[in-house]
Design a protein around this ligand. Structure first.
Ligand SMILES: NC(=O)c1ccc[n+]([C@@H]2O[C@H](COP(=O)([O-])OP(=O)(O)OC[C@H]3O[C@@H](n4cnc5c(N)ncnc54)[C@H](O)[C@@H]3O)[C@@H](O)[C@H]2O)c1
Length: 229
């Protein structure tokens, strides 16, 4: 089976009702990202950060995967599909995708502030006083701006093996995620789906830009795949 590696960003979940942040002028649900998604933000106002992720977690439990997530799950019938997502939602898993790597963490997990390997599933609110088994405060299991990306090496290895790279709904502004495209082999075709694609065509040998929202773009991508066979 051919390997399709899919790199997704906030745009793939936009049609489910979860806002991206570049579309809202660099704000994430009304907040400066550094306030709610950085170690400094946590240090300055942990109550705001806890509340922000509690709201995101509640919202996530109310929304559903959209057609783009579903089509990506169906793609596994004919291809080996691995998804590397920058998203902290679980909409790829809920639609049935089996190989999903969360580069920037997961909303439905929390971890210890003193032992980062102590990670727990979490669907309710996270509050002051919620602690790990060693008694340290728990924090959202999210990779904040300025923090290391522990799964980056794994994501690079997955990307290197792509027969086709499909990128959906990302502004390609958040590093190191945006640098993954540089690890494909020189002849590997790249398909880029985004209504406002931020990628330079001249930089890649085999780049196909589909300027559509995710659901329409993935349908078009599937038709192109059929034509290639
Ligand atoms: N759903 C989530 O988990 C979520 C939501 C917002 C932000 N974030 C976090 O913020 C960071 C944002 O970086 P990013 O590049 O993923 O997002 P971004 O907000 O920087 O860019 C979003 C991209 O999605 C595109 N887009 C908007 N509507 C779309 C649609 N219907 N279909 C396809 N594309 C659409 C935009 O044109 C833009 O290029 C990530 O690290 C992520 O962890 C996550």
């Amino acid at each position: 089976m051919k390997k399709i590696i899919v790199l997704t960003g906030a745009g793939v979940s936009a049609e489910s009702g979860i806002k991206t942040f570049r579309d809202a002028g660099g704000l994430w649900e009304g907040h400066d990202v550094m306030e709610v998604a950085s170690p400094e933000g946590w240090y300055n106002n942990a109550a705001l950060v806890l509340d922000f992720y509690n709201q995101r977690r509640k919202q996530l439990l109310e929304v559903k995967p959209n057609r783009a997530h579903e089509l990506l799950a169906e793609l596994e019938e004919n291809y080996h599909v691995e998804i590397i997502t920058q998203n902290v939602d679980d909409l790829h898993e809920r639609s049935g995708s089996s190989n999903v790597l969360h580069l920037h963490g997961e909303l439905l997990k929390v971890r210890s502030t003193s032992h980062e390997n102590l990670v727990y599933d979490w669907t309710k609110d996270l509050n002051f006083g919620d602690t790990c088994e060693n008694g340290s405060q728990l924090r959202p299991h999210i990779v904040w701006f300025g923090e290391a990306v522990p799964l980056l090496d794994q994501a690079i290895e997955i990307t290197k093996n792509a027969d086709i790279l499909l990128i959906i709904g990302t502004s390609m502004q958040v590093y190191p995620a945006a640098s993954l495209i540089h690890y494909i082999k020189s002849h590997t075709p790249v398909y880029f789906i985004d209504p406002k694609p931020n990628i330079s065509k001249s930089s890649y040998n085999n780049l196909n830009v589909i300027s559509e929202k995710a659901s329409v773009g993935v349908e078009k991508f599937l038709k192109l795949l059929d034509e290639l066979q």
